[in-house]
Design a protein around this ligand. Structure first.
Ligand SMILES: NC(=O)c1ccc[n+]([C@@H]2O[C@H](COP(=O)([O-])OP(=O)(O)OC[C@H]3O[C@@H](n4cnc5c(N)ncnc54)[C@H](OP(=O)(O)O)[C@@H]3O)[C@@H](O)[C@H]2O)c1
Length: 260
């Protein structure tokens, strides 16, 4: 089973909550928690980042996240997707993980509509170079709703529903993308699914509100396996505030808020 491609997970999965108090947390509780986030900034979407990592903080094993993931992580990954207006992933992640339609489970689409969300979250694609992996299933999926910010002058046609925001390459900045997603595309909640390069840039620009981090009980090592944040060093360490710790099958599910 792949982290990004699973269609339906067991709907009755639950986690042991260790903090802030001892108890049991279900996927429905996670959906409610995301529904209740806020206050939503007016100038950009409320932004949640999700990663899975080994205990030594590596985001891949041989270039893929799937071997790090387990059933609880996959369930949380898809529950977060189900709970937001839009999903953003870096172009490398789109390519490596071969993104397709974001919500494949009809029950999840129905629950979204019942909560007042669109049946399908917007897929936000951002590229300064225009090197976008158009060959992945996402771009030929008629149900997909894509907003693509690109520095390319003539992006390739696609059969998915796509709104293009054509910019000069140096105008494709994350603050601008976030501002436009909020103001022009009505995105109040955004889930960023990585990768480490995009996450590093979002953090450097102070555009992240929360991090959901699954820690699986593995040590990975290897210089080729990046940490969850990569790219240019951050100007200074970023302080996080622990909001909950869940456990399932030996994996820990940490939820952090960004202090500001
Ligand atoms: N463990 C996990 O949870 C997890 C999650 C996601 C991905 N991954 C793994 O991470 C790897 C891919 O991550 P990655 O770090 O190589 O790439 P990435 O973050 O997925 O994508 C980076 C690309 O995003 C585009 N981008 C647009 N604006 C950007 C900006 N302001 N700053 C940075 N990037 C921007 C860039 O394309 P332009 O140069 O065209 O602008 C850049 O090349 C894969 O191996 C994947 O499996 C793991």
């Amino acid at each position: 089973l792949e982290r990004f491609r699973v269609i339906a997970h067991k709907p009755d999965i639950s986690f042991i909550q260790l903090l802030p108090e001892h108890g049991v947390l279900t996927l429905a509780d996670v959906r409610d928690a995301i529904q209740a986030v806020g206050p939503t900034p007016r100038e950009r979407p409320y932004t949640i980042v999700n990663f899975v990592a080994s205990v030594d903080g590596r985001a891949t094993i041989s270039g893929r996240s799937a071997p790090l993931s387990d059933e609880g992580d996959r369930a949380l990954f898809h529950t977060l997707r189900e709970s937001v207006d839009a999903v953003m992933a870096g172009t490398q992640t789109l390519q490596v993980e071969r993104y397709g339609r974001l919500i494949k489970d009809p029950d999840a689409r129905r629950r979204r509509v019942e909560r007042g969300l669109g049946a399908e979250p917007i897929a936000a694609v951002v590229s300064r170079s225009g090197l976008v992996p158009y060959e992945i299933p996402l771009f030929s999926e008629p149900e997909a709703r894509i907003v693509e910010f690109t520095g390319a002058s003539a992006p390739r046609p696609v059969s998915a529903q796509r709104e293009l925001v054509l910019l000069d390459p140096d105008e494709v900045t994350l603050p601008r993308v976030m501002q436009q997603l909020r103001a022009e595309f009505g995105v109040r909640t955004l889930l960023c699914e990585g990768g480490p390069t995009l996450f590093g840039s979002l953090v450097a620009e102070d555009l992240v509100d929360e991090l959901f981090l699954t820690l699986t009980p593995q040590l990975v090592g290897g210089e080729g396996n990046p940490a969850i944040v990569s790219g240019a060093p951050l100007p200074e360490p970023v302080e996080l505030r622990l909001r909950w710790i869940l456990e399932r099958d030996g994996s820990l599910f940490l939820r952090f808020g960004f202090r500001r």
